[in-house]
Design a protein. Sequence first.
Lengths: 167, 167
Amino acid sequence: MGLFSKDIKSLDDLFVHTLQDIYYAENQITKALPTMIEKATDPQLKQGFQTHLAETQNQIKRLEQVFQMHGHTPKGVDCPAIDGIIKEANEVAGDVADKEVLDAALLAAAQAVEHYEITRYGTLIAWAKQLGRNDCASVLQQTLDEEKATDQKLTAMAESKVNQKAA
Amino acid sequence: MGLFSKDIKSLDDLFVHTLQDIYYAENQITKALPTMIEKATDPQLKQGFQTHLAETQNQIKRLEQVFQMHGHTPKGVDCPAIDGIIKEANEVAGDVADKEVLDAALLAAAQAVEHYEITRYGTLIAWAKQLGRNDCASVLQQTLDEEKATDQKLTAMAESKVNQKAA
């Protein structure tokens, strides 16, 4: 997308652009998760990140399916938002001295990633329905449900254990 | 925070660092909102952004109150996450040719901002409670409730009107 062009002319264009944005984001997340798995100390948190990596790989396949259903070749566009969220996660993780405090920081960073995905999938589903693509909305809904479930699991893990160990 | 120092040694340090992060973020949001108000066409959306600007200014005051309650001087630290989210909003807005499609894009961008705030305030409240600072948690909860209400209002506006006009 160029700063001086106006490439998005319709809601359909905006839908495809946002699909490309989240496709790039999911791919960046698969690159960031192995470091988070490595840095996490709590076994349940480590396992949670591992499970989410497998889930993310499946979510990428679902996005490829939606691109194809909608007549487009899967491709990504730069997504400064996810780049910023991941950069911040790495910076904070690099500043934490204690392993249990690091777990709390990693968990919070993962929830920031989840919330970015939740907002984008929520928007994509609303736009797909508006465009008469309930079939695409239904595939995207499966991912949104997974992201919300992951966020809730992370909250439960933080409140039941990780924050207590960090304090 | 330096990349080679380990300045965060406790959950309390992490709490203060994240307060500084969201303090910077809220200040950046007050700088970004006037452009969004100017660019929005739908009067209800424009008014929604205007209301949120006033709310954000009040949320900054609440953060200053929490800093003081916790014995710290209010200050911000760079937050690459919010910088990325705002950069992406500006880039997409610059690429949209049609005013009604632009409204849909601006609304989605505002929801990405809301979700960033929701995840950070949710984390801060959990940490404040863990640190025995229910007084700080209670002030932060007022903001979290506002952010969630704003997000729901935006969803309702998107689904009842803005997306239809854009399609």
